[in-house]
Ligand binder design. Structure first.
Ligand code: AMP
Length: 192
């Protein structure tokens, strides 16, 4: 199962992807997680990406496409993967089409979690509070200022990705405002 999960920041992509990894025994490939790991490890990519990420902007297509191209070749992705947070621009979606074609791989499903944007800031604030309560470190971009930038970049650059797949007739949508378990059930049903 090769799957793309689309939706704005705070839509619940990470939560649902974690459940799907269990179900299908395939890894969740989150470019955000991989970039945060690179920042933490102080790699050249991490050093380049840090300021952009902290401000809520988008890392270059070249960097993220390179990361994904390498990652999907790894042994644990042999039976499939869930892309979470990628592609985030139409250019990335087209680059993904090309790199999958080169590797003779296809996609099984592209699903968008539809959410009411007004609810998202509250969700992000909740995620930060829960992380703090659990003794964790809150993401540098989980604050209202960076979140607004992330939402604008979603509207301007990532919403067209859904339109790109919809125009090809391959986009499925699920109501991301429903309780978490309901969203999981809806995903199960569209994934068959
Ligand atoms: P996320 O965890 O998906 O919310 O991503 C956190 C941050 O990582 C984003 O705000 C971007 O700065 C960066 N990022 C993650 N995925 C991508 C991508 N596909 N393209 C560009 N930047 C990305």
């Amino acid at each position: 199962m090769r799957l793309i999960l689309l939706g704005p920041p705070g839509a619940g992509k990470g939560t649902q992807a974690a459940r799907l990894t269990e179900k299908f025994k395939i890894p969740q490939l989150s470019t955000g997680d991989m970039l945060r790991a690179a920042v933490k490890a102080g790699t050249p990519i991490g050093l380049q990406a840090k300021a952009v990420m902290d401000a809520g902007g988008l890392v270059s297509d070249e960097i993220v496409c390179g990361i994904i191209s390498d990652r999907i070749e790894q042994a644990d992705a042999k039976n499939g993967f869930i892309l979470d947070g990628f592609p985030r621009t139409v250019a990335q979606a087209k680059a993904l089409d090309e790199l999958l074609a080169k590797k003779s791989m296809g996609l099984d499903a592209i699903v968008e979690l539809k959410v009411d944007e007004n609810a998202l800031l509250a969700r992000i604030e909740k995620r930060a509070a829960e992380t703090l309560a659990a003794g964790g470190t809150v993401r540098a971009d989980d604050n209202p200022e960076a979140f607004k930038v992330r939402l604008v970049s979603y509207r301007e650059q990532t919403a067209p990705v859904s339109a790109y797949y919809a125009s090809k007739g391959v986009l499925k949508t699920v109501d991301g405002m429903a309780p978490i378990d309901e969203v999981t059930k809806a995903l199960d049903s569209v994934l068959g």
